[in-house]
Design a protein around this ligand. Structure first.
Ligand code: AMP
Ligand code: MN
Ligand code: MN
Ligand code: MN
Length: 313
Protein backbone atom coordinates (compact mmCIF):
# COMPACT_ATOMS: atom_id res chain seq x y z
CA UNK A 1 0.00 0.00 0.00
CA UNK A 2 1.18 3.49 -0.75
CA UNK A 3 1.61 5.83 2.16
CA UNK A 4 -0.69 8.83 2.20
CA UNK A 5 1.41 11.92 1.68
CA UNK A 6 0.97 14.99 3.89
CA UNK A 7 -1.71 17.32 2.59
CA UNK A 8 0.70 20.28 2.60
CA UNK A 9 2.59 18.71 -0.28
CA UNK A 10 -0.60 18.44 -2.27
CA UNK A 11 -1.44 22.05 -1.58
CA UNK A 12 1.86 23.13 -3.06
CA UNK A 13 0.77 21.86 -6.49
CA UNK A 14 -0.11 24.56 -8.98
CA UNK A 15 -3.72 23.52 -9.47
CA UNK A 16 -6.56 22.25 -7.33
CA UNK A 17 -6.74 18.52 -6.56
CA UNK A 18 -9.74 16.83 -8.11
CA UNK A 19 -10.00 13.50 -6.37
CA UNK A 20 -8.93 11.78 -3.20
CA UNK A 21 -6.66 9.57 -5.25
CA UNK A 22 -4.48 12.59 -5.86
CA UNK A 23 -3.68 12.72 -2.17
CA UNK A 24 -1.41 9.74 -2.79
CA UNK A 25 0.53 11.49 -5.46
CA UNK A 26 2.12 14.93 -5.20
CA UNK A 27 2.22 15.08 -9.02
CA UNK A 28 -1.26 16.25 -9.93
CA UNK A 29 -1.85 13.91 -12.85
CA UNK A 30 -5.50 13.24 -12.02
CA UNK A 31 -6.63 16.79 -12.66
CA UNK A 32 -9.49 16.62 -15.14
CA UNK A 33 -7.89 18.69 -17.87
CA UNK A 34 -9.33 18.68 -21.39
CA UNK A 35 -7.02 20.67 -23.64
CA UNK A 36 -8.36 19.92 -27.13
CA UNK A 37 -11.79 20.59 -28.65
CA UNK A 38 -13.53 22.57 -31.38
CA UNK A 39 -16.37 25.10 -31.56
CA UNK A 40 -18.33 26.65 -34.46
CA UNK A 41 -15.39 29.04 -34.81
CA UNK A 42 -13.73 26.11 -36.67
CA UNK A 43 -15.35 22.73 -37.36
CA UNK A 44 -17.23 22.00 -34.13
CA UNK A 45 -21.01 22.31 -33.92
CA UNK A 46 -21.33 24.02 -30.50
CA UNK A 47 -20.79 27.65 -29.50
CA UNK A 48 -17.84 28.28 -27.12
CA UNK A 49 -20.21 28.97 -24.20
CA UNK A 50 -22.10 25.72 -24.79
CA UNK A 51 -18.84 23.78 -24.89
CA UNK A 52 -17.72 25.43 -21.66
CA UNK A 53 -20.97 24.38 -19.95
CA UNK A 54 -20.63 20.84 -21.29
CA UNK A 55 -17.01 20.58 -20.14
CA UNK A 56 -17.95 21.87 -16.70
CA UNK A 57 -20.93 19.49 -16.42
CA UNK A 58 -18.57 16.61 -17.25
CA UNK A 59 -16.20 17.57 -14.43
CA UNK A 60 -13.49 19.33 -16.43
CA UNK A 61 -11.37 21.54 -14.13
CA UNK A 62 -8.93 22.96 -16.65
CA UNK A 63 -10.14 23.54 -20.19
CA UNK A 64 -8.82 24.85 -23.52
CA UNK A 65 -10.76 25.51 -26.73
CA UNK A 66 -8.42 24.68 -29.64
CA UNK A 67 -10.11 25.71 -32.88
CA UNK A 68 -8.25 24.92 -36.10
CA UNK A 69 -5.93 27.77 -37.20
CA UNK A 70 -8.08 30.29 -35.34
CA UNK A 71 -8.27 32.04 -31.98
CA UNK A 72 -11.44 34.04 -32.59
CA UNK A 73 -13.33 32.09 -29.90
CA UNK A 74 -10.75 32.51 -27.13
CA UNK A 75 -12.23 35.45 -25.29
CA UNK A 76 -15.70 33.93 -25.20
CA UNK A 77 -14.37 30.53 -24.11
CA UNK A 78 -12.21 32.01 -21.36
CA UNK A 79 -14.98 34.24 -20.02
CA UNK A 80 -17.48 31.36 -20.00
CA UNK A 81 -15.01 29.03 -18.27
CA UNK A 82 -14.17 31.50 -15.52
CA UNK A 83 -17.83 32.27 -14.93
CA UNK A 84 -18.45 28.56 -14.36
CA UNK A 85 -15.49 28.30 -11.95
CA UNK A 86 -13.31 26.40 -14.43
CA UNK A 87 -9.66 27.25 -15.12
CA UNK A 88 -8.73 28.10 -18.69
CA UNK A 89 -5.70 27.95 -21.01
CA UNK A 90 -5.77 29.67 -24.39
CA UNK A 91 -5.63 27.19 -27.26
CA UNK A 92 -5.47 26.58 -31.00
CA UNK A 93 -4.68 23.66 -33.33
CA UNK A 94 -2.41 24.66 -36.19
CA UNK A 95 -2.36 22.79 -39.52
CA UNK A 96 1.22 22.06 -40.59
CA UNK A 97 2.72 20.26 -43.57
CA UNK A 98 5.56 17.94 -42.56
CA UNK A 99 7.13 15.31 -44.83
CA UNK A 100 4.25 15.77 -47.26
CA UNK A 101 1.65 15.00 -44.59
CA UNK A 102 -0.71 17.21 -42.63
CA UNK A 103 0.27 17.30 -38.96
CA UNK A 104 -1.55 19.22 -36.24
CA UNK A 105 0.25 21.24 -33.58
CA UNK A 106 -1.74 22.33 -30.56
CA UNK A 107 -0.72 25.63 -28.99
CA UNK A 108 -1.57 26.24 -25.33
CA UNK A 109 -1.24 29.12 -22.91
CA UNK A 110 -0.14 31.74 -25.46
CA UNK A 111 -0.93 35.44 -25.44
CA UNK A 112 -3.84 35.60 -27.91
CA UNK A 113 -2.96 39.22 -28.80
CA UNK A 114 0.53 38.34 -30.03
CA UNK A 115 0.81 39.94 -33.51
CA UNK A 116 3.05 37.27 -35.08
CA UNK A 117 0.74 34.49 -33.87
CA UNK A 118 -2.35 36.34 -35.10
CA UNK A 119 -0.73 36.96 -38.51
CA UNK A 120 0.58 33.38 -38.81
CA UNK A 121 -2.83 31.89 -38.09
CA UNK A 122 -4.49 34.28 -40.52
CA UNK A 123 -2.04 33.24 -43.26
CA UNK A 124 -2.66 29.56 -42.48
CA UNK A 125 -6.43 30.07 -42.86
CA UNK A 126 -5.87 31.96 -46.10
CA UNK A 127 -5.88 29.09 -48.61
CA UNK A 128 -9.01 27.37 -47.36
CA UNK A 129 -11.58 28.93 -49.65
CA UNK A 130 -9.64 28.20 -52.86
CA UNK A 131 -9.02 24.66 -51.64
CA UNK A 132 -12.72 24.20 -50.88
CA UNK A 133 -13.65 25.34 -54.39
CA UNK A 134 -11.21 22.78 -55.82
CA UNK A 135 -12.67 20.11 -53.57
CA UNK A 136 -16.14 20.94 -54.90
CA UNK A 137 -14.84 20.73 -58.48
CA UNK A 138 -13.42 17.28 -57.74
CA UNK A 139 -16.70 16.13 -56.27
CA UNK A 140 -18.62 17.52 -59.25
CA UNK A 141 -16.57 15.22 -61.49
CA UNK A 142 -18.16 12.23 -59.73
CA UNK A 143 -21.65 13.70 -59.96
CA UNK A 144 -21.87 15.54 -56.64
CA UNK A 145 -22.82 19.09 -57.56
CA UNK A 146 -23.12 22.23 -55.46
CA UNK A 147 -21.02 20.96 -52.56
CA UNK A 148 -19.16 24.26 -52.01
CA UNK A 149 -22.44 26.09 -51.40
CA UNK A 150 -23.72 23.09 -49.45
CA UNK A 151 -20.67 23.00 -47.16
CA UNK A 152 -20.85 26.77 -46.66
CA UNK A 153 -24.24 26.36 -45.00
CA UNK A 154 -22.51 24.50 -42.16
CA UNK A 155 -19.68 26.98 -41.74
CA UNK A 156 -19.70 29.21 -38.67
CA UNK A 157 -16.57 31.13 -39.67
CA UNK A 158 -16.22 31.99 -43.37
CA UNK A 159 -12.41 31.81 -43.15
CA UNK A 160 -12.55 28.29 -41.85
CA UNK A 161 -14.30 26.11 -44.39
CA UNK A 162 -12.99 22.60 -43.78
CA UNK A 163 -13.46 19.03 -44.91
CA UNK A 164 -15.73 18.50 -41.92
CA UNK A 165 -18.25 20.98 -43.35
CA UNK A 166 -18.27 19.11 -46.67
CA UNK A 167 -18.77 15.88 -44.74
CA UNK A 168 -21.79 17.27 -42.89
CA UNK A 169 -23.33 18.48 -46.13
CA UNK A 170 -22.79 15.11 -47.84
CA UNK A 171 -24.44 13.30 -44.93
CA UNK A 172 -27.36 15.72 -44.83
CA UNK A 173 -27.91 15.41 -48.58
CA UNK A 174 -27.97 11.60 -48.33
CA UNK A 175 -24.73 10.81 -50.17
CA UNK A 176 -23.36 8.96 -47.12
CA UNK A 177 -24.80 7.84 -43.81
CA UNK A 178 -22.15 9.38 -41.55
CA UNK A 179 -19.12 11.68 -41.70
CA UNK A 180 -16.63 8.81 -41.33
CA UNK A 181 -18.02 7.29 -44.49
CA UNK A 182 -17.73 10.64 -46.33
CA UNK A 183 -14.06 10.96 -45.38
CA UNK A 184 -13.33 7.37 -46.34
CA UNK A 185 -15.05 7.57 -49.74
CA UNK A 186 -14.52 11.18 -50.77
CA UNK A 187 -12.21 13.33 -48.66
CA UNK A 188 -8.97 11.45 -48.00
CA UNK A 189 -5.94 11.15 -50.26
CA UNK A 190 -6.77 9.41 -53.53
CA UNK A 191 -10.50 10.23 -53.31
CA UNK A 192 -12.34 12.72 -55.58
CA UNK A 193 -12.80 15.50 -53.01
CA UNK A 194 -9.23 15.44 -51.70
CA UNK A 195 -7.05 18.41 -52.59
CA UNK A 196 -3.44 18.44 -51.37
CA UNK A 197 -2.73 21.60 -49.46
CA UNK A 198 0.39 23.34 -48.20
CA UNK A 199 -0.17 24.41 -44.59
CA UNK A 200 2.26 26.17 -42.24
CA UNK A 201 5.84 24.94 -41.77
CA UNK A 202 6.44 23.02 -38.54
CA UNK A 203 9.08 25.46 -37.26
CA UNK A 204 6.87 28.48 -37.97
CA UNK A 205 3.88 27.03 -36.10
CA UNK A 206 6.03 26.10 -33.10
CA UNK A 207 7.63 29.53 -33.04
CA UNK A 208 4.34 31.45 -33.32
CA UNK A 209 3.10 29.68 -30.20
CA UNK A 210 6.36 29.69 -28.25
CA UNK A 211 7.20 33.32 -28.91
CA UNK A 212 3.70 34.24 -27.72
CA UNK A 213 4.66 32.67 -24.33
CA UNK A 214 2.75 29.47 -25.04
CA UNK A 215 3.63 25.81 -25.43
CA UNK A 216 3.56 23.80 -28.66
CA UNK A 217 2.25 20.23 -28.41
CA UNK A 218 2.16 17.52 -31.10
CA UNK A 219 -1.54 16.67 -31.56
CA UNK A 220 -2.70 13.02 -31.74
CA UNK A 221 0.55 11.53 -33.14
CA UNK A 222 -1.13 8.14 -33.53
CA UNK A 223 -3.23 9.50 -36.39
CA UNK A 224 -0.41 10.15 -38.83
CA UNK A 225 0.59 7.39 -41.21
CA UNK A 226 4.31 7.96 -40.77
CA UNK A 227 7.05 5.37 -40.95
CA UNK A 228 9.07 4.99 -37.75
CA UNK A 229 11.82 7.12 -39.31
CA UNK A 230 9.44 9.90 -40.31
CA UNK A 231 7.86 9.89 -36.87
CA UNK A 232 11.29 10.08 -35.26
CA UNK A 233 12.09 13.04 -37.54
CA UNK A 234 8.83 14.77 -36.57
CA UNK A 235 9.54 14.45 -32.85
CA UNK A 236 13.21 15.48 -33.23
CA UNK A 237 12.54 18.47 -35.45
CA UNK A 238 9.59 19.54 -33.30
CA UNK A 239 11.90 19.59 -30.28
CA UNK A 240 14.67 21.38 -32.11
CA UNK A 241 12.21 24.18 -32.99
CA UNK A 242 11.26 24.54 -29.31
CA UNK A 243 8.23 22.24 -29.08
CA UNK A 244 7.70 20.85 -25.59
CA UNK A 245 4.66 18.59 -25.42
CA UNK A 246 2.82 15.67 -26.99
CA UNK A 247 -0.77 14.50 -26.70
CA UNK A 248 -0.71 11.06 -25.11
CA UNK A 249 -4.32 10.69 -23.97
CA UNK A 250 -6.55 11.87 -26.83
CA UNK A 251 -9.86 10.79 -28.34
CA UNK A 252 -7.88 9.85 -31.46
CA UNK A 253 -5.72 7.23 -29.68
CA UNK A 254 -6.49 3.64 -28.74
CA UNK A 255 -5.03 1.90 -25.67
CA UNK A 256 -1.93 0.79 -27.58
CA UNK A 257 -1.33 4.41 -28.69
CA UNK A 258 -1.64 5.58 -25.06
CA UNK A 259 1.26 3.27 -24.16
CA UNK A 260 3.34 3.97 -27.22
CA UNK A 261 3.17 7.75 -26.90
CA UNK A 262 3.65 7.66 -23.14
CA UNK A 263 6.95 5.90 -23.85
CA UNK A 264 7.82 8.37 -26.61
CA UNK A 265 7.06 11.32 -24.32
CA UNK A 266 9.65 9.91 -21.91
CA UNK A 267 12.15 9.06 -24.67
CA UNK A 268 11.95 12.58 -26.11
CA UNK A 269 11.62 14.28 -22.74
CA UNK A 270 8.29 15.84 -23.70
CA UNK A 271 5.49 16.96 -21.40
CA UNK A 272 2.21 15.09 -21.84
CA UNK A 273 -1.22 16.46 -22.72
CA UNK A 274 -4.77 15.16 -22.57
CA UNK A 275 -7.71 16.24 -24.73
CA UNK A 276 -10.89 14.74 -26.14
CA UNK A 277 -10.77 16.47 -29.57
CA UNK A 278 -14.53 16.82 -29.13
CA UNK A 279 -16.31 18.35 -32.16
CA UNK A 280 -20.01 17.52 -31.85
CA UNK A 281 -22.45 15.53 -29.72
CA UNK A 282 -23.62 13.75 -32.89
CA UNK A 283 -20.19 12.92 -34.31
CA UNK A 284 -17.66 12.58 -31.50
CA UNK A 285 -17.43 9.26 -29.69
CA UNK A 286 -15.41 10.76 -26.80
CA UNK A 287 -17.09 13.50 -24.78
CA UNK A 288 -15.31 16.38 -23.05
CA UNK A 289 -13.51 15.37 -19.86
CA UNK A 290 -14.18 11.63 -20.12
CA UNK A 291 -10.81 10.22 -21.18
CA UNK A 292 -8.57 8.22 -18.81
CA UNK A 293 -6.06 10.28 -16.80
CA UNK A 294 -2.47 10.71 -17.94
CA UNK A 295 -0.19 7.86 -16.83
CA UNK A 296 1.39 8.92 -13.52
CA UNK A 297 4.92 8.49 -14.88
CA UNK A 298 4.42 11.46 -17.23
CA UNK A 299 4.82 15.18 -16.54
CA UNK A 300 1.62 17.01 -17.52
CA UNK A 301 1.83 20.09 -19.73
CA UNK A 302 -0.31 22.03 -17.24
CA UNK A 303 2.31 21.89 -14.51
CA UNK A 304 4.74 23.77 -16.75
CA UNK A 305 1.95 26.15 -17.84
CA UNK A 306 0.73 26.97 -14.31
CA UNK A 307 1.56 30.65 -14.72
CA UNK A 308 -0.38 30.82 -17.98
CA UNK A 309 -3.62 29.45 -16.52
CA UNK A 310 -6.57 31.85 -16.19
CA UNK A 311 -8.26 30.99 -12.90
CA UNK A 312 -11.69 31.89 -11.59
CA UNK A 313 -11.53 34.48 -8.80
P1 AMP B 1 -9.26 20.10 -42.81
O1 AMP B 1 -8.55 20.99 -41.82
O2 AMP B 1 -10.21 20.85 -43.68
O3 AMP B 1 -8.32 19.22 -43.60
O4 AMP B 1 -10.18 19.12 -41.96
C1 AMP B 1 -9.60 18.31 -40.98
C2 AMP B 1 -10.67 17.86 -40.02
O5 AMP B 1 -11.45 16.84 -40.60
C3 AMP B 1 -10.10 17.20 -38.77
O6 AMP B 1 -9.77 18.15 -37.82
C4 AMP B 1 -11.24 16.36 -38.31
O7 AMP B 1 -12.17 17.14 -37.59
C5 AMP B 1 -11.91 15.94 -39.60
N1 AMP B 1 -11.52 14.59 -40.02
C6 AMP B 1 -10.35 14.19 -40.58
N2 AMP B 1 -10.38 12.87 -40.88
C7 AMP B 1 -11.59 12.42 -40.49
C8 AMP B 1 -12.26 11.15 -40.54
N3 AMP B 1 -11.64 10.07 -41.06
N4 AMP B 1 -13.52 11.08 -40.05
C9 AMP B 1 -14.14 12.17 -39.55
N5 AMP B 1 -13.57 13.39 -39.48
C10 AMP B 1 -12.32 13.51 -39.95
MN1 MN C 1 -11.50 19.10 -36.78
MN1 MN D 1 -6.38 17.37 -35.34
MN1 MN E 1 -8.71 18.73 -33.20
Amino acid sequence: MRRQIPIALVDSSPLRISSEAAAYNPRVTVLNADLHCHSVVSDGTLEPEVLAARAHANGVELWALTDHDEIGGQQRACAAALQLGMSYLTGTEISVTFAGTTVHIVGLGFDARDPALVAGLSATRGGREARAREMAAGLALVGIHGSFEGALRYVGNPELISRTHFARHLVESGVCSDTREVFHNYLVEGKPGFVPHRWAALGDAVRWVTQAHGMAVIAHPGRYKFTANEEYALFSEFKSHGGRGVEVITGSHNAADFEKYADMAIEFDLLASRGSDFHSPDESHIDLGTLPPLPAKLSPVWEALAERVHRPS
